[in-house]
Design a protein around this ligand. Sequence first.
Ligand SMILES: [Zn+2]
Length: 108
Amino acid sequence: MTMPQTSPEPRSGLDPSVLDELRTRLLEAREFHLSRIEEGSDAVDDIARAIASRSETALEEVEAALQAMEDGTYGTCLSCGKSVGEERLQAIPHARLCASCASATARR
Ligand SMILES: [Zn+2]
């Protein structure tokens, strides 16, 4: 871990009320995915299993975003360190990359 020696204050530039709302949405998403995974764990059909496996991936992203909120790194692009932007986080609460880094990754 190479965390810069800065203050632990969140630097996302997000309003605390926005952050609260996004945290609530992430927690709801976590519940949703956990129940999907549970349903899929003893499912015999491929569709339920496919849904469960997709939820496992999504859950990891949600957990990482919640962890980032704890760490105060939430809302900061993992790649370039700039703000992800409130608009993008409202659309994708678990986004860890800003729009330009995400599209660069998608094109890779
Ligand atoms: Zn970026």
